[in-house]
Design a protein around this ligand. Structure first.
Ligand SMILES: Cc1ncc(COP(=O)(O)O)c(C=O)c1O
Length: 342
Protein backbone atom coordinates (compact mmCIF):
# COMPACT_ATOMS: atom_id res chain seq x y z
CA UNK A 1 0.00 0.00 0.00
CA UNK A 2 1.34 3.44 -0.93
CA UNK A 3 1.43 5.70 2.11
CA UNK A 4 0.54 9.37 1.75
CA UNK A 5 2.24 11.04 4.67
CA UNK A 6 0.63 14.39 5.50
CA UNK A 7 1.55 14.36 9.20
CA UNK A 8 4.09 17.18 8.90
CA UNK A 9 6.61 18.88 6.64
CA UNK A 10 9.22 17.59 9.09
CA UNK A 11 8.98 14.18 7.38
CA UNK A 12 10.61 15.56 4.21
CA UNK A 13 13.82 13.78 3.27
CA UNK A 14 16.92 15.57 1.98
CA UNK A 15 17.21 15.86 -1.80
CA UNK A 16 19.93 13.97 -3.67
CA UNK A 17 21.74 17.28 -4.20
CA UNK A 18 21.73 17.83 -0.43
CA UNK A 19 23.14 14.38 0.23
CA UNK A 20 25.87 14.88 -2.37
CA UNK A 21 26.73 18.29 -0.91
CA UNK A 22 27.69 16.56 2.34
CA UNK A 23 30.48 14.64 0.58
CA UNK A 24 32.10 17.81 -0.70
CA UNK A 25 31.50 20.02 2.34
CA UNK A 26 34.59 21.75 3.70
CA UNK A 27 34.67 20.97 7.40
CA UNK A 28 36.26 22.22 10.61
CA UNK A 29 35.46 22.57 14.31
CA UNK A 30 32.46 24.86 14.48
CA UNK A 31 32.79 25.44 18.23
CA UNK A 32 36.07 27.14 17.33
CA UNK A 33 34.21 28.81 14.43
CA UNK A 34 36.43 26.94 12.00
CA UNK A 35 33.83 25.18 9.91
CA UNK A 36 33.76 27.11 6.60
CA UNK A 37 30.43 25.55 5.57
CA UNK A 38 28.66 26.57 8.77
CA UNK A 39 30.21 30.02 8.48
CA UNK A 40 28.89 30.26 4.93
CA UNK A 41 25.37 29.17 5.96
CA UNK A 42 25.32 31.71 8.79
CA UNK A 43 26.51 34.50 6.52
CA UNK A 44 23.95 33.58 3.89
CA UNK A 45 21.13 33.50 6.45
CA UNK A 46 22.12 36.87 7.89
CA UNK A 47 22.18 38.38 4.39
CA UNK A 48 18.81 36.89 3.44
CA UNK A 49 17.19 38.46 6.48
CA UNK A 50 19.16 41.71 6.32
CA UNK A 51 20.38 41.01 9.87
CA UNK A 52 23.97 41.40 11.10
CA UNK A 53 24.63 37.83 12.18
CA UNK A 54 23.28 34.30 12.43
CA UNK A 55 23.77 31.14 14.46
CA UNK A 56 23.22 27.56 13.26
CA UNK A 57 21.39 25.44 15.84
CA UNK A 58 20.30 21.79 15.96
CA UNK A 59 16.53 22.49 16.11
CA UNK A 60 13.77 25.07 16.12
CA UNK A 61 13.07 24.29 19.77
CA UNK A 62 16.66 25.05 20.73
CA UNK A 63 16.72 28.21 18.58
CA UNK A 64 13.63 29.53 20.35
CA UNK A 65 14.99 28.64 23.78
CA UNK A 66 18.33 30.31 23.01
CA UNK A 67 16.44 33.43 21.91
CA UNK A 68 14.43 33.52 25.14
CA UNK A 69 17.53 32.96 27.28
CA UNK A 70 19.44 35.65 25.40
CA UNK A 71 16.68 38.26 25.50
CA UNK A 72 15.41 37.61 29.05
CA UNK A 73 16.57 37.15 32.62
CA UNK A 74 15.13 34.49 34.91
CA UNK A 75 11.88 35.73 36.42
CA UNK A 76 11.00 37.87 33.40
CA UNK A 77 7.65 37.63 31.67
CA UNK A 78 7.19 36.99 27.97
CA UNK A 79 4.06 37.80 25.96
CA UNK A 80 3.08 34.94 23.71
CA UNK A 81 0.03 33.81 21.73
CA UNK A 82 -2.09 31.32 23.69
CA UNK A 83 -1.45 28.40 21.31
CA UNK A 84 2.08 29.29 20.23
CA UNK A 85 4.43 26.37 19.60
CA UNK A 86 6.90 27.64 22.19
CA UNK A 87 4.16 27.48 24.83
CA UNK A 88 2.28 24.41 23.61
CA UNK A 89 4.92 22.03 22.27
CA UNK A 90 8.36 22.91 23.58
CA UNK A 91 8.13 20.97 26.85
CA UNK A 92 7.86 24.15 28.89
CA UNK A 93 11.54 24.94 28.27
CA UNK A 94 10.89 28.68 28.45
CA UNK A 95 9.98 28.23 32.12
CA UNK A 96 11.82 25.04 33.09
CA UNK A 97 15.15 26.11 31.62
CA UNK A 98 14.96 29.85 30.88
CA UNK A 99 12.95 30.64 34.04
CA UNK A 100 10.59 32.89 32.06
CA UNK A 101 6.87 33.06 32.75
CA UNK A 102 4.48 33.23 29.77
CA UNK A 103 1.67 35.80 29.67
CA UNK A 104 -0.82 34.64 27.08
CA UNK A 105 -2.48 36.74 24.39
CA UNK A 106 -5.36 35.22 22.48
CA UNK A 107 -4.82 35.97 18.79
CA UNK A 108 -7.24 35.89 15.87
CA UNK A 109 -6.06 33.15 13.55
CA UNK A 110 -2.80 33.22 15.50
CA UNK A 111 -2.26 36.95 14.96
CA UNK A 112 -2.50 39.63 17.63
CA UNK A 113 -2.06 43.39 17.51
CA UNK A 114 -0.07 46.17 19.14
CA UNK A 115 -3.22 47.05 21.08
CA UNK A 116 -3.36 43.49 22.44
CA UNK A 117 0.21 43.90 23.64
CA UNK A 118 -0.63 47.21 25.29
CA UNK A 119 -3.66 45.63 26.99
CA UNK A 120 -1.60 42.70 28.29
CA UNK A 121 0.95 44.95 29.97
CA UNK A 122 0.16 45.62 33.60
CA UNK A 123 2.57 48.43 34.26
CA UNK A 124 5.35 48.81 36.79
CA UNK A 125 4.30 47.38 40.11
CA UNK A 126 6.23 45.73 42.90
CA UNK A 127 4.11 42.59 42.42
CA UNK A 128 4.65 42.06 38.71
CA UNK A 129 7.53 40.43 36.86
CA UNK A 130 9.32 42.58 34.26
CA UNK A 131 7.86 42.04 30.78
CA UNK A 132 10.84 41.87 28.46
CA UNK A 133 9.92 39.87 25.35
CA UNK A 134 7.09 39.46 22.85
CA UNK A 135 7.05 36.30 20.77
CA UNK A 136 5.31 36.05 17.40
CA UNK A 137 4.81 32.77 15.49
CA UNK A 138 4.82 33.12 11.71
CA UNK A 139 3.33 31.03 10.24
CA UNK A 140 1.21 30.02 13.22
CA UNK A 141 1.12 26.25 13.40
CA UNK A 142 -1.90 25.53 15.62
CA UNK A 143 -3.95 28.24 13.92
CA UNK A 144 -3.46 26.33 10.67
CA UNK A 145 -0.34 27.80 9.09
CA UNK A 146 -1.72 31.32 9.22
CA UNK A 147 0.35 34.26 8.10
CA UNK A 148 1.37 37.48 9.80
CA UNK A 149 1.60 40.42 7.42
CA UNK A 150 4.71 42.60 7.83
CA UNK A 151 2.41 45.43 9.02
CA UNK A 152 0.95 43.17 11.75
CA UNK A 153 4.50 42.54 12.96
CA UNK A 154 5.32 46.25 12.74
CA UNK A 155 2.29 47.15 14.89
CA UNK A 156 3.26 44.68 17.62
CA UNK A 157 6.95 45.55 17.48
CA UNK A 158 6.35 49.27 17.69
CA UNK A 159 4.32 48.93 20.92
CA UNK A 160 6.76 46.36 22.33
CA UNK A 161 9.76 48.60 21.65
CA UNK A 162 7.96 51.62 23.14
CA UNK A 163 7.72 49.63 26.35
CA UNK A 164 11.37 48.52 26.21
CA UNK A 165 10.62 44.94 25.19
CA UNK A 166 12.35 42.92 22.49
CA UNK A 167 10.50 40.96 19.81
CA UNK A 168 11.37 37.44 18.67
CA UNK A 169 9.71 35.67 15.74
CA UNK A 170 9.42 31.90 15.81
CA UNK A 171 9.69 31.72 12.06
CA UNK A 172 9.99 27.95 11.78
CA UNK A 173 7.92 28.40 8.58
CA UNK A 174 8.59 32.09 7.87
CA UNK A 175 9.48 31.31 4.25
CA UNK A 176 5.99 29.86 3.81
CA UNK A 177 4.61 33.20 5.04
CA UNK A 178 6.89 35.19 2.74
CA UNK A 179 6.03 33.05 -0.29
CA UNK A 180 2.29 33.22 0.48
CA UNK A 181 2.37 37.03 0.57
CA UNK A 182 5.12 37.37 -2.02
CA UNK A 183 7.22 39.50 0.32
CA UNK A 184 10.89 39.38 1.22
CA UNK A 185 11.68 37.98 4.69
CA UNK A 186 13.60 41.22 5.26
CA UNK A 187 10.17 42.88 5.53
CA UNK A 188 9.68 40.95 8.77
CA UNK A 189 13.25 41.15 10.01
CA UNK A 190 13.44 44.95 9.86
CA UNK A 191 10.86 45.27 12.66
CA UNK A 192 12.14 42.69 15.15
CA UNK A 193 15.16 41.77 17.26
CA UNK A 194 15.53 38.10 16.37
CA UNK A 195 14.06 35.40 14.17
CA UNK A 196 14.52 31.66 14.25
CA UNK A 197 13.71 29.65 11.15
CA UNK A 198 13.85 25.95 10.32
CA UNK A 199 15.82 24.38 7.49
CA UNK A 200 14.35 20.97 8.18
CA UNK A 201 10.65 21.52 7.55
CA UNK A 202 9.32 22.60 4.14
CA UNK A 203 12.87 23.40 3.02
CA UNK A 204 13.81 19.69 3.30
CA UNK A 205 17.22 19.86 4.96
CA UNK A 206 17.76 16.88 7.26
CA UNK A 207 18.61 18.85 10.42
CA UNK A 208 18.84 22.37 11.72
CA UNK A 209 17.53 25.83 12.35
CA UNK A 210 19.10 29.27 12.25
CA UNK A 211 18.73 32.18 14.63
CA UNK A 212 19.34 35.66 13.21
CA UNK A 213 19.81 38.98 14.99
CA UNK A 214 22.36 41.72 15.55
CA UNK A 215 26.03 40.91 16.25
CA UNK A 216 25.84 41.47 19.99
CA UNK A 217 22.73 39.30 20.33
CA UNK A 218 24.23 36.46 18.29
CA UNK A 219 27.51 36.59 20.29
CA UNK A 220 25.50 36.10 23.49
CA UNK A 221 23.31 33.48 21.82
CA UNK A 222 26.43 31.52 20.81
CA UNK A 223 27.40 31.21 24.46
CA UNK A 224 23.88 30.12 25.41
CA UNK A 225 23.93 27.51 22.63
CA UNK A 226 27.18 26.13 24.09
CA UNK A 227 25.60 26.01 27.54
CA UNK A 228 22.67 24.01 26.19
CA UNK A 229 24.99 21.52 24.49
CA UNK A 230 24.19 22.79 21.02
CA UNK A 231 27.80 23.55 20.05
CA UNK A 232 28.50 21.04 17.29
CA UNK A 233 31.89 20.19 15.81
CA UNK A 234 32.08 19.33 12.06
CA UNK A 235 28.56 20.65 11.65
CA UNK A 236 29.25 21.53 8.02
CA UNK A 237 27.81 18.10 7.14
CA UNK A 238 24.47 19.55 8.28
CA UNK A 239 25.05 23.10 7.09
CA UNK A 240 25.80 22.01 3.49
CA UNK A 241 22.25 20.72 2.89
CA UNK A 242 21.04 23.79 4.80
CA UNK A 243 22.66 26.05 2.21
CA UNK A 244 20.79 24.22 -0.55
CA UNK A 245 17.58 24.49 1.48
CA UNK A 246 17.99 28.22 1.71
CA UNK A 247 19.08 28.86 -1.87
CA UNK A 248 17.01 26.34 -3.83
CA UNK A 249 13.97 25.20 -1.87
CA UNK A 250 12.17 28.41 -0.96
CA UNK A 251 10.32 29.26 -4.16
CA UNK A 252 8.87 25.77 -4.58
CA UNK A 253 6.88 26.20 -1.33
CA UNK A 254 4.11 27.67 -3.49
CA UNK A 255 3.46 24.18 -4.82
CA UNK A 256 2.79 23.01 -1.24
CA UNK A 257 0.41 25.92 -0.70
CA UNK A 258 -1.47 25.10 -3.92
CA UNK A 259 -1.74 21.47 -2.83
CA UNK A 260 -3.06 22.51 0.58
CA UNK A 261 -5.76 24.65 -1.06
CA UNK A 262 -6.67 21.79 -3.39
CA UNK A 263 -6.92 19.42 -0.42
CA UNK A 264 -9.02 21.87 1.61
CA UNK A 265 -11.39 22.52 -1.29
CA UNK A 266 -11.72 18.78 -1.91
CA UNK A 267 -12.51 18.12 1.74
CA UNK A 268 -15.18 20.81 1.86
CA UNK A 269 -16.87 19.12 -1.14
CA UNK A 270 -17.50 16.14 1.15
CA UNK A 271 -20.84 17.22 2.55
CA UNK A 272 -20.36 16.20 6.17
CA UNK A 273 -16.97 17.86 6.65
CA UNK A 274 -15.88 21.30 7.80
CA UNK A 275 -12.73 23.20 6.91
CA UNK A 276 -12.35 26.85 7.84
CA UNK A 277 -10.94 28.06 4.51
CA UNK A 278 -9.75 31.32 6.08
CA UNK A 279 -7.09 29.28 7.86
CA UNK A 280 -5.77 27.69 4.70
CA UNK A 281 -3.09 30.24 3.87
CA UNK A 282 0.04 28.10 3.47
CA UNK A 283 0.76 24.36 3.69
CA UNK A 284 -1.50 23.31 6.57
CA UNK A 285 -5.13 22.17 6.50
CA UNK A 286 -7.14 21.72 9.70
CA UNK A 287 -10.14 19.42 9.33
CA UNK A 288 -12.93 19.32 11.90
CA UNK A 289 -14.25 15.75 12.03
CA UNK A 290 -16.99 16.44 14.60
CA UNK A 291 -19.79 15.91 12.01
CA UNK A 292 -18.59 12.28 11.74
CA UNK A 293 -19.08 11.78 15.49
CA UNK A 294 -15.45 10.81 15.72
CA UNK A 295 -12.52 12.11 17.72
CA UNK A 296 -9.45 13.19 15.83
CA UNK A 297 -7.62 10.12 17.22
CA UNK A 298 -10.29 7.78 15.81
CA UNK A 299 -10.17 9.53 12.44
CA UNK A 300 -6.37 9.45 12.27
CA UNK A 301 -6.36 5.72 13.07
CA UNK A 302 -8.95 4.98 10.37
CA UNK A 303 -7.04 7.05 7.81
CA UNK A 304 -3.80 5.25 8.69
CA UNK A 305 -5.45 1.86 7.94
CA UNK A 306 -6.18 3.23 4.46
CA UNK A 307 -2.68 4.58 3.84
CA UNK A 308 -3.21 8.24 4.72
CA UNK A 309 -1.20 9.68 7.61
CA UNK A 310 -2.37 12.81 9.42
CA UNK A 311 -1.84 14.34 12.86
CA UNK A 312 -4.35 14.31 15.69
CA UNK A 313 -4.52 17.97 16.71
CA UNK A 314 -6.68 17.42 19.79
CA UNK A 315 -10.46 17.11 20.19
CA UNK A 316 -11.98 16.75 16.75
CA UNK A 317 -9.31 18.56 14.73
CA UNK A 318 -7.04 16.69 12.33
CA UNK A 319 -4.02 18.37 10.75
CA UNK A 320 -2.73 17.70 7.24
CA UNK A 321 0.53 19.27 6.03
CA UNK A 322 1.60 19.36 2.38
CA UNK A 323 5.29 19.27 1.51
CA UNK A 324 8.02 18.31 -0.95
CA UNK A 325 7.33 14.88 -2.39
CA UNK A 326 3.55 15.24 -2.18
CA UNK A 327 2.07 15.58 -5.66
CA UNK A 328 -1.32 16.69 -6.90
CA UNK A 329 -2.32 13.08 -7.49
CA UNK A 330 -1.54 12.29 -3.83
CA UNK A 331 -3.98 15.02 -2.88
CA UNK A 332 -6.66 13.45 -5.11
CA UNK A 333 -6.01 10.11 -3.44
CA UNK A 334 -6.06 11.66 0.05
CA UNK A 335 -9.48 13.20 -0.70
CA UNK A 336 -10.74 9.80 -1.92
CA UNK A 337 -9.54 8.15 1.28
CA UNK A 338 -11.24 10.74 3.48
CA UNK A 339 -14.41 10.33 1.42
CA UNK A 340 -14.30 6.58 1.98
CA UNK A 341 -14.01 7.12 5.76
CA UNK A 342 -17.05 9.38 5.68
C1 LIG B 1 6.08 26.85 14.73
C2 LIG B 1 7.15 25.91 15.19
N1 LIG B 1 8.15 26.39 15.92
C3 LIG B 1 9.15 25.59 16.34
C4 LIG B 1 9.17 24.25 16.03
C5 LIG B 1 10.25 23.39 16.59
O1 LIG B 1 11.12 22.88 15.65
P1 LIG B 1 11.99 21.57 15.95
O2 LIG B 1 11.08 20.42 15.75
O3 LIG B 1 13.10 21.65 14.96
O4 LIG B 1 12.49 21.66 17.35
C6 LIG B 1 8.14 23.71 15.25
C7 LIG B 1 8.15 22.28 14.91
O5 LIG B 1 7.22 21.74 14.33
C8 LIG B 1 7.10 24.56 14.82
O6 LIG B 1 6.06 24.11 14.10
Amino acid sequence: MRIIDLRSDTVTLPTREMLLSILDAELGDDVAREDPTVNRLEQLAAEKFGMEAALFTPSGTQSNLIAVMTHCHRGDEMLVESEAHIYYYEVGGMSAIAGVIPRLIRGKYGVFTGEDVRAALRGNDLHFPPSTLVEIENTHNRAGGTVWKPDDVKSVASVAHDFGMNVHIDGARIFNAAVALDVDVKEYARHVDSISFCLSKGLCAPVGSVLVGNKEFIEKARKVRKMLGGGMRQAGVLAAPGIIALTKMVNRLKEDHDNAKKLARGLTQISSLKVDMKRVQTNIVLLDVSPLNMTSVEFVNKAREKGLLATDFGGTIVRFVTHYGIKEEDIDEAIRIVESIC
